[in-house]
Design a binder for this molecule. Sequence first.
Ligand code: CP
Length: 330
Amino acid sequence: MNADRRPFPHRHLLAIADLEPADLLQILDLADSFLEIGERAIKKVPTLRGRTVINLFLENSTRTRTSFEIAAKRMSADAVNISGTSSSATKGESTLDTARNLMAMSPDVIVVRHAASGAPALIARHVDAAVVNAGDGRHEHPTQALLDCATIRRHKRRGQSGLEGLEVAIVGDIEHSRVARSNILALAKLGARVRVCAPHSLMPRDIERLGGDLTAERVRAVARLDEALDGADVVMMLRIQSERMGGEIPRFANPREYSRYFGLNLRTLERARPDAIVMHPGPINRGVEMMPEVADGSRSVILEQVTYGVAVRMAVLYLLGGGAPEDARA
Ligand code: CP
């Protein structure tokens, strides 16, 4: 069945944990088909005409917020943006009250970024609109994992899912990373193998069992960068998320020491396969987790990830916002 004709069996997109491999592939296939709309002179299709998408971003964002807005506009939906600093959250309004008030204006989709894990799921229980998690605390960032899988698939095309048997290294602050959690689940569901690598103090216990038996089989925690990189097809670097460490004892000596043991440079990258791609969800702390010559080098697909971000978010809005198949690419 065509990806745009299969009924999507979810009302909201809250976590990769909720999705079956067929759901992931449906979104990836649709995103592939929407990619070319961004290359047209007139980057717009009418499929979500008359629909309203509210982007409720109560935590900072550059890529995710902008790409959801562009995605909604490319599908002809009306997009409204609310950020933390300009919302009445600064006057003490609760997130749930904010969501209920937004619902009174009849949006079709509410996209939520929030510093608290579980906030989008809480909102989803109290509103009639479809809710998309655009990153909640250290829980999940499902559309980031989807755009990462779409980018990997485009470069590797391995097996039926496009990711089967690939060796993916995820290196950095795994403890505080929603991107790592969503990617571990998505990659394992699509048949890849994942090595996660972090300083001991930034590696959550039992990360291999995040997705039960499936991830126990496919995910391995390693302590050393060379172990993570050896023969890897994909190297995904993550930044240290200091904003989620408020008041905690420092987890490593200083950025220079972190960089020495866990930073990706041209020399350490030699451990990976010669055709390995380098990824980062952004924002990058250049010179800490990744050297500029790698970030800007020929193996970096970091800006392609951003381009795919729009196509993946178009696919998600289309599926949850009730897009018209006959207008999907018209
Ligand atoms: N990757 C990501 O979520 O970036 P932003 O925080 O800029 O949205």
